[in-house]
Design a protein around this ligand. Structure first.
Ligand code: UD1
Length: 438
C-alpha cells in the first residue's frame, strides 16, 4: 500500500493558513535538551514526522516526553545512553545534532555516520574538525563516529570553511558545556541558529554575536532548563511555500503566525516575479499576479535565497513569461524535482548547478514521485497549477517537514486528498496487467 496525494489543479484559492513552528528550529532545540537535566517545555511545536524521529531518539537515550496540542514536555533528567543508532540517523540526518550535546554531557558519544542523501554528499567534516578544536578525540569504527573528551571540552577558536547550519549548531551545543571562551567564525546566520543560541542563553550560557558570522560564548558546567515555556519560531520555508500559492493557483492567501523578517530575500524575488505581498505584524497576504515574470535566482546561505525554497520557486517560474535561470549553490544534486516537473509538461534544462526554465508552459496532471522534502512541496505547487489530476507519491518526504499540508490547503479551497493505492498502477493499467497474467 502506498499513500499519495491526489490534486485537481486550477482551482483558485482563498483564505487563511496558520504557519507552524519551524522543523529546523525544533530539531536542534530538542537536541539541546540533552545538555541540561530536567524538564523543558516547548510551544508552537510542529507535528511533523522528523519531530517524532527526534523524540524517538531522545527516548532511546533515556528521556521521557508528552505532548498536548502544540505543547511538548521533555524530561532529560535520566539520560543513560550516549549512542545514536544508525536506524535513526538513516531516517533523519539531523540526528547528528546529538553528537555535540552528548559529547558535552557524557564526555563521550557514539553516533552513526550519515551516508549520502538524495540531494548530495552532505559531509560532516566541519562538525568533527570543530569538535576536535574543542579538545575531542574522534575515531571511526564500524560505521560509527566515536568522540571522547574524558577531561571535558575546552573553549577554542573555530573557523568554519563553510557557514554550515548544523555544524554551527552542533558546535554551539558542545561549547555550551565547555570550559572558557569559544569563538566560532564564519558561523551560520540562519534564524534557526539564532533561536538555538537564545535557547542556550536561557540555559545560562553567555552568548553574543548571534545572527552574525562571529559568535562568542562562555560555557558553563551546570546549565538548567528554562523556567518558562519556549515558543518555536515560525517556519520560514513553510511560509515561503504557501506565499507562492496565488502565483500558481490564483486567488489570495493570508498567512498567520509568520515572521516576514526571516524571508527578506525570498520576498524580494517573489515580488520581482510579480506577486503582490503585504506584511502587517505576523500576518502576510499574497495576491495573484496579473502576469508572472522570469527571474534569476541563486541560492546562498542566509540571508541569501534559501536552497530550501529553490524547488518551490522553480514550480512558480514554469508559469512565468520568459527564461528564468536558477543556480543551486549549496547542494550538488538538488534538481531531482526537475524530472518530475518535466513529466507535468514544464520546459526545464539542467546544466550542472544551473536550471533554465522556459515559460509559461501549461502544466498537465500526471503521476509523479517526490524525491525529497522540498521537491515534494514543489510538486504540490505545480499540481495546483496543472490542468486535471496529479498524483504525488513519496509522501514520507512531505510529512517529514510540512504539518498537515493537505488539511491546510483544503481549508483554502484546494481539491486535494490523501489516498492509498494497493498497486502502483492506475485503474485501466491494472486491468491490463491482470489480463496479461491470465
Ligand atoms: C540545514 C538544514 C537544511 C538546509 C541546509 C542549508 C537543518 C536540520 N537542515 O542542513 O534544511 O537545506 O541547512 O540551508 O537545519 N558541508 C560540508 N561539511 C560539513 C557540513 C556541511 O562540506 O561538515 C556543506 C554541505 O555539503 C553543503 C553546505 O555545507 O554544501 C551547507 O550545508 P549545511 O548548512 O551543513 O546544511 P545542513 O546543516 O545539513
Amino acid at each position: 500500500m502506498r499513500e499519495y496525494l491526489e490534486i485537481e489543479g486550477r482551482y483558485s484559492l482563498s483564505g487563511t493558513i496558520r504557519i507552524s513552528g519551524a522543523k529546523n528550529a525544533v530539531l536542534p532545540a530538542l537536541a539541546a535538551t540533552i545538555l541540561a537535566p530536567g524538564t523543558f517545555v516547548f510551544t508552537n511545536v510542529p507535528r511533523v514526522s522528523d519531530l517524532y524521529t527526534m523524540l524517538e531518539l531522545l527516548n532511546y537515550l533515556g528521556a521521557f516526553w508528552r505532548e498536548e496540542g502544540d505543547r511538548l514536555w521533555i524530561d532529560t533528567s535520566q539520560l543513560e545512553q550516549a549512542e545514536t543508532p544508525y536506524a535513526l540517523v538513516r531516517r533523519m540526518r539531523a540526528s547528528v545534532l546529538t553528537l555535540g550535546p552528548l559529547l558535552a554531557r557524557f564526555g563521550r558519544a557514539r553516533v552513526a555516520l550519515p551516508g549520502g542523501c538524495p540531494i548530495g554528499k552532505r559531509p560532516i567534516d566541519l562538525h568533527l574538525r570543530g569538535l576536535e578544536r574543542l579538545g575531542a578525540r574522534i575515531e571511526f569504527s564500524h560505521g560509527y563516529i566515536k568522540a571522547s573528551a574524558p577531561q571535558g571540552l575546552k573553549g577554542a577558536e573555530i573557523i568554519l570553511d563553510i557557514p554550515s547550519v548544523t555544524a554551527t549548531e552542533n558546535l554551539l551545543m558542545a561549547a555550551a558545556l565547555a570550559s572558557g571562551r569559544t569563538e566560532i567564525r564564519n558561523a551560520a546566520r540562519e534564524p534557526e541558529v539564532v533561536f538555538l543560541g537564545r535557547l542556550l542563553g536561557l540555559l545560562g550560557v553567555k552568548i553574543a554575536g548571534l545572527g552574525t558570522e562571529r559568535i562568542v560564548l562562555y560555557g558553563r558546567p551546570d546549565p538548567s532548563p528554562p523556567s518558562q515555556p519556549v515558543a518555536i519560531i515560525p517556519d520560514r520555508i513553510e511560509t515561503g511555500t504557501y506565499l507562492l500559492l496565488p502565483g500558481l493557483a490564483g486567488g489570495e492567501i493570508e498567512l498567520a503566525g509568520a515572521e516576514a523578517s526571516f524571508l527578506e530575500a525570498p520576498l524580494e524575488k517573489f515580488r520581482a516575479a510579480g506577486l503582490e505581498i503585504e506584511v502587517e505584524g505576523s500576518r502576510l497576504w499574497a495576491y495573484a499576479p496579473r502576469r508572472l515574470k522570469a527571474l534569476e535566482v541563486v541560492t546562498a546561505p542566509y540571508p541569501g535565497f534559501p536552497t530550501d525554497l529553490q524547488a518551490q520557486i522553480m514550480a512558480l517560474l514554469t508559469q512565468a513569461q520568459g527564461v528564468s535561470v536558477i543556480t543551486e549553490n549549496l547542494f550538488e544534486n538538488r534538481f531531482q524535482h526537475v524530472f518530475e516537473l518535466q513529466r507535468l509538461g514544464a520546459q526545464i534544462k539542467v546544466d550542472g548547478r544551473t536550471a533554465i526554465v522556459s515559460g509559461p508552459t501549461p502544466l498537465q496532471g500526471a503521476e509523479v514521485e517526490a524525491s525529497d522534502l522540498r521537491a515534494s512541496a514543489c510538486l504540490v505547487l505545480a499540481a495546483l497549477a496543472a490542468e486535471g489530476r496529479t498524483r504525488i507519491y513519496g509522501l514520507e518526504h512531505l510529512d517529514r517537514g510540512y504539518e498537515r499540508m493537505e488539511e491546510k490547503l483544503k481549508a483554502v479551497g484546494a481539491r486535494i486528498r490523501r489516498k492509498r493505492d494497493a498497486l502502483e498502477l492506475g485503474g485501466d493499467q491494472r486491468a491490463r496487467a491482470r489480463g496479461k497474467a491470465l
